[in-house]
Design a binder for this molecule. Structure first.
Ligand SMILES: [Zn+2]
Length: 157
């Protein structure tokens, strides 16, 4: 089984392959960059966020942003890790694990923001995304993230 550094290295290589994708498929440079961004996002939104003791994601966020944001990031993922457990079906299965992490990291804060806004504790309404109004490049970001997660899953077998 691979460790976090090897998973991260594969995500970086995958990000680099986004440019090759442009050469072999009819993909625009923006789509290729969005794919690469998604693959790199696989380092931060790794399936290994289900590790209670911390993952490479938590170390990278703490190293890049400092202890306070690193602590917030670790606290955000603690319930996820406790609930799912390491290498569970819900965290590591391709597509399913990716969707759950996206909902967890974006959906829960939006839900909390929405509740605070409706209760009058926050004056700015939450930016609720509307499916038809999402940027089409988001598909390529999600594809890059999904492929990164697929390689993660294969390397964990
Ligand atoms: Zn893993």
């Amino acid at each position: 089984m691979a460790d976090g550094k090897l998973h991260a290295a594969v995500s970086v290589i995958l990000a680099g392959s986004g440019q090759a994708l442009q050469q072999i498929a009819s993909v625009t440079s923006y789509q290729a960059m969005a794919f690469s961004l998604g693959a790199l996002l696989g380092i931060i939104l790794t399936p290994d966020l289900d590790l209670v003791g911390g993952s490479i994601s938590q170390r990278q966020v703490r190293k890049s942003t400092g202890n306070i944001i690193g602590l917030i990031w670790a606290m955000l993922w603690y319930p996820y890790a406790k609930l799912l457990g390491h290498r569970s079906f819900w965290s590591h299965t391709p597509i399913i694990g990716t969707i759950i992490r996206i909902i967890y990291v974006f959906g829960l804060p939006l839900l909390l923001w929405s509740m605070l806004w409706q209760a009058g504790h926050v004056s700015v309404p939450p930016p609720i995304p509307v499916l038809g109004q999402l940027d089409p490049l988001l598909f390529w970001v999600l594809l890059g993230l999904s492929v990164s997660d697929l390689f993660h899953w294969l390397m964990d077998l």
